[in-house]
Ligand binder design. Sequence first.
Ligand SMILES: [Zn+2]
Length: 141
Amino acid sequence: MPHMIPEITEKIKFIYVENKYAESYFIPIDTWAKSEIKKVLEACSKVNNENEIEYLVEDMGIKDVSQYEVVEGYGCRLTAPGFLDCTDWCVFDTVEECREYLQEAFEICSYCGEDMPEDDSNNCSNCNGEYYNSKKENNIC
Ligand SMILES: [Zn+2]
């Protein structure tokens, strides 16, 4: 069993936040309590409400916010069940794009998190999940 396993959300809202150091984060909106979500969405829909947003995302450890917007999509990351370890969220329009990203960024099976083999097999030996074509395409030169 791999230590880190892939997690893909339903289509949900995220707040995309950028800080003054050009670091960016996607924060799933359900990370906040219900009362806070309302405040965040209200603040995002108003121009010149940066103080409120900064205050809310500072609780998430993000300082010096320079830009933010509400985006909707499928979030993906790797998590270690039972531990606090996880990678940052990435958000895409489709589940397929999430799987492709997970596979390419971490070289793992996007279903179970098992390391990808060196050979060019099409399916994961652990869960039989299908690999994305990009791996094969990259090998054709
Ligand atoms: Zn697998």
